[in-house]
Ligand binder design. Sequence first.
Ligand code: KIV
Ligand code: ZN
Length: 506
Amino acid sequence: MAERVILFDTTLRDGEQAPGYSMNLDEKVRLAKQLEALQVDVIEAGFAIASDGDFKAIEAVASAVKECTVASLSRALQKDIDASWSALRTAARPRIHTFIATSPIHMQYKLKMDSADVLDQAVRMVTYARNLCGDVEFSAEDASRSDWEFLYRICEAVIDAGASTVNIPDTVGYTTPDEYAALIRGIREHVPNIDKAVISVHCHNDLGLAVANTLAAAKAGATQLECTVNGIGERAGNAAVEELAMVLNTRKDYYQLECGIKTSEIYRTSRLLSSITGVAVQPNKAIVGANAFAHESGIHQHGILAHTQTYEIMTPASIGLHTNTMVLGKHSGRHAFVDHVKALGYDTEDKSIIDEVFTQFKQLADRKKSVSEKDIEALMENRTTAVPATYALESFVINSGNRMTATASLTLKFGKRLLSDVSTGDGPVDAAFRAIERITGFSYTLEDYTIHAVTGGKDAQGEVSVRIQADGRTYKGRGVSTDVIEASIKACLSAVNRLAYEVNHE
Ligand code: KIV
Ligand code: ZN
């Protein structure tokens, strides 16, 4: 029988540390609940001592999630462990995760400690954590560049002190599959009490080997695999949960391992992360990229039509991606709409959200012949990830051309009032963004702007993601419309609404 591996998701901690991926508390809770639906085993919700925001997010995730273990990261310091434990108090299954670096370069230059002191501190802090919490994970940071004999000793000592998981991270993405597998085998053979702990691996993708290294370690006996959604994380990211799950499913014949992931939730989880963070997945990304199941060449299409498995080793449906695009049109009623929203897995209890999105759907159906699942998803994501709409678009007029200065005239709804202003700019989008600045009185700079088509076809909706910066803080926004200028204005307004929300709640 295939052995079960534990999937430990660190999207909310290692993933969130990467530039451009920061999330607010509500967004973290939404993602954590989706990770629970994906059925990961452990959710690392943050680094409690790092900031007040992290602490509160861990508390909120710990209360919201019931099926998964919830972990908080801590350096091997008493104050970090206390913060983690206090943030985890309401968790059904709390885990304190504590780490200290074990490689010569980290010990000498970062910690300024020798190996005997590192070992002593690791043992004292694992003992301390274990007196608070029954589930303690110890990580030997930069393990892949550490002395193997020293790793064996520290693993044995922390297991004796009560660690139930020992994590062997490839912190800088330096190792290779064969080398890493040998290290895991070494730990199994040379740590006398290793049967009392789970061996965990945590791989970074600096050389593009994170998933390969993780799988090689799993084959060598590691039974907890640390990973993130879409492979996000420090620098080049971490091993991607969707890739690990689909490899284990598709190649069970080779790995003889299984995980608890509900693969039909993979696509939704990936989409949710992208829509929360405003960072799109690269089109050729394995499993969840837009091209992962697209067959362009004639030879491939012919093969697929003759027999799907000629060029397809897994089905789009297995990751929850449904390719029957024609679903609703302008004559579809509220019932049919709600049925589709439910089938896509969204909660339809909140009537105000459904009313609002149904109105948007009707407007879209007037502009587009057929409305696809992806269109409905884009409308739902846009609504459910939004903060209250302090400012809403009422109307706009743009004048633009290659021999004139672009001008945007905007009217926004602010409560019951209508506020209007005009601005020129370097192109229509810039003019519209400047008009929003003039109306709202917020001043910001545009950090990032991306646009992509939700579906194919001339009448496709454009989905715009923006990041604006004000007072050193970044705010994301998304907007969808069949008109790309309108999508841009909506995206900018949703970012400005986040800014307004934060200013009003400070
Ligand atoms: O990469 C790393 O070593 C880490 C540890 C803190 C687990 O993220
Ligand atoms: Zn890491």
